[in-house]
Ligand binder design. Structure first.
Ligand SMILES: Nc1nc2c(c(=O)[nH]1)N[C@H]1C(S)=C(S)[C@@H](COP(=O)(O)O)O[C@H]1N2
Ligand SMILES: [Mo]
Length: 245
């Protein structure tokens, strides 16, 4: 997608975000209105390309803890012992050229390295150095269709019966610091931090940073995915979809 199309798409995604208020149940309306106010205020103060602070190597936390799933079950242990040779990242949905990428494919793309602070709503933060291709590179290779408004991240792990998932609008999807990370602090991602691939959505809270990433899906609406809240925690708690820091 060219730059001009991106700006148009970003504007449309913003409008789509605001329309959610009209679609919601009355009880949720006030919360949604507050959320969309939060999002527009944040976007006003932080223009779409504004970068979050990047730290120096001296600031890196000695231990980057794991949270939520830290050891997926099912076929994961076997894939891990095989060095994730069979892991695939599928880029699909409203795209012209669906992709199925190996880790080697991902390592060969241009890489971005960034030292950032992760903030979890449960009350802890950690600074780490992440590396991987920008999500924009994958989306441009796949070719987003005009009706794509959101990007959904599919994860391998299942928490009490539901697969973890997350989503962002096109502003965050194309943000320069939004990367598909396969390295933490110069090493392949540890299992607890989402091996072999996890998202970094640096301008939002920890739960948006999907680990154990298997799929990137372009969609026009989030309504039919999970319970329609746009993410695993958004579907089952008061966690907001737009978790701007
Ligand atoms: N697939 C998946 N992604 C996830 C989670 C999870 O349980 N499963 N937990 C989220 C939460 S709440 C946080 S704070 C971060 C934690 O990342 P870390 O385990 O690398 O510290 O991952 C997020 N992404
Ligand atoms: Mo979190």
């Amino acid at each position: 997608m060219r730059r001009r199309n991106f700006l148009v798409a970003a504007g449309a995604a913003f409008v789509a975000g605001c329309n959610r208020v009209a679609d919601s149940k009355p009880a949720a309306r006030l919360l949604d209105a507050a959320e969309s106010w939060h999002k527009s205020a944040q976007r006003f103060l932080n223009p779409p390309d504004a970068l979050v602070r990047e730290y120096s190597r001296a600031d890196i936390s000695p231990f980057f803890r794991g949270n939520g799933t830290t050891e997926p079950g099912g076929a994961y242990p076997a894939m891990q012992s095989n060095g994730f040779a069979d892991w695939r990242l599928e880029v699909r949905g409203l795209v012209d050229n669906p992709l199925s990428l190996t880790l080697e494919n991902i390592r060969r793309l241009p890489q971005r390295t960034q030292i950032t602070r992760h903030d979890c709503v449960e009350g802890w933060s950690a600074i780490g150095e992440w590396a991987g291709p920008q999500l924009s590179i994958l989306l441009e290779a796949a070719g987003l269709q005009d009706d794509a408004r959101f990007i959904v991240f599919r994860c391998f792990d299942n928490l009490s019966g539901s697969d973890y998932y997350e989503s962002v609008d096109l502003v965050d999807a194309f943000h320069p610091q939004t990367i598909v990370a396969h390295m933490l602090n110069g090493e392949p991602l540890p299992v607890r931090n989402g091996a072999p691939l996890r998202m970094r959505i640096e301008r939002q809270l920890g739960y948006k940073h999907a680990k154990y990433l298997t799929g990137i899906e372009a969609v026009s609406s989030l309504d039919d995915i999970g319970a329609g809240g746009g993410g695993y925690w958004e579907d089952r708690s008061g966690y907001q979809w737009y978790a701007g820091i």
